[in-house]
Design a protein. Structure first.
Ligand code: SF4
Length: 303
């Protein structure tokens, strides 16, 4: 079967079997073409809540599927490739968080959404890269323990000098591979391009950027800007999608190490097999886990 034929079958099957397909922006273009909703993990979870279908396929990594299931517990949520996990989400366990809380008893625990559902049950509030600054500015605590991504945490800290932060030294292995030297080299090659980076990048990279923001923020900035060239400091797929959406502009990947192999595990065939009932994994979460991880997510939603 050709890619177009598989996509056609997927479109037919999802209608017939009452499935909604969510495609994270880091997925390949052939997957985004058959998705009902595309975007970042938080936006997708909200879209899933509004969707009418009983079954949801989350094309992304495991923690994203867990957030979808937490916000839509009455739906069947499937991960097309059960191996697709996020290494950052695995850096801390719930027990680690409990130990950190004992060490910092006066701090509110704020976790990035890129964490497991189990870890979330030990946290006070969840944030995304696009909402972290606003949520923590209004959050009723002056002392924040920010986990697990210290790069995102330090970027938030800079914008909230009135708050006191402590960090865990975790982070995204994909974004952390980029160094200042990559920036200098890329700027030399593309002197007219603006540099747009994700706050998961190291501080030495972010401080050289023209814009720092979430995946959604980077895409919106590049589309709106009058500039014609951009160096993109986030996952490679974003360059592909931007180039497709803005053919009159040029996009360069900051470094070829910006490829998240975990995000690339999911293929169109995995989605097809999940619809056929021959693959994928339905995410099963206990009521206790759903209600425990919902509490800090709810604080984010209500902020
Ligand atoms: S890009 Fe980083 S944070 Fe996102 S899924 Fe990959 S490893 Fe996890």
């Amino acid at each position: 079967m050709t890619t177009a034929e598989i996509q056609e079958e997927i479109r037919r099957l999802k209608k017939e079997k009452d499935f909604c397909i969510l495609g994270h922006a880091y997925q390949s273009h052939d997957i985004l073409e058959i998705a009902d909703f595309t975007g970042d993990s938080y936006g997708l979870a909200l879209s899933a809540r509004e969707a009418k279908q009983k079954n949801i396929i989350m094309c992304g990594v495991r923690f994203m599927g867990e957030v979808v299931k937490t916000l839509s517990p009455d739906r069947h949520v499937y991960l097309p490739n059960p191996m697709a996990g996020c290494p950052m989400a695995e850096q801390l366990t719930r027990e680690d968080v409990i130990r950190l809380k004992e060490r910092y008893p006066e701090h509110a625990v704020c976790a990035y959404i890129n964490t497991t559902a189990e870890l979330k049950t030990a946290c006070d509030v969840i944030v995304t890269s696009s909402s972290a600054v606003d949520i923590l500015r209004n959050y009723p605590a002056d002392k924040i323990l920010f986990i697990p991504d210290c790069n995102l945490g330090r970027w938030v800290e800079k914008q909230l000098p009135e708050k006191e932060f402590v960090f865990y030294s975790g982070g995204c292995p994909t974004h952390m591979r980029v160094k200042k030297e990559n920036v200098l080299e890329s700027k030399k090659l593309h002197p007219d391009a603006e540099l747009l980076v994700h706050p998961e990048c190291l501080e030495e990279v972010s401080e050289l950027a023209d814009y720092v923001g979430s995946t959604t923020g980077i895409m919106a900035y590049a589309k709106k800007s009058d500039k014609k060239e951009f160096i993109i400091g986030t996952e490679q797929a974003i360059v592909e999608h931007l180039q497709f959406e803005c053919p009159d502009k040029k996009f360069y990947l900051l470094s070829d190490c910006l490829v998240c192999h975990n995000m690339k595990l999911t293929t169109l065939m995995d989605v097809y097999n999940t619809l056929l009932g021959n693959g994928g994994e339905e995410l099963i979460m206990s009521d206790e886990l759903i209600s425990g991880s919902y509490k800090p997510i709810e604080r984010m939603l209500n902020s």
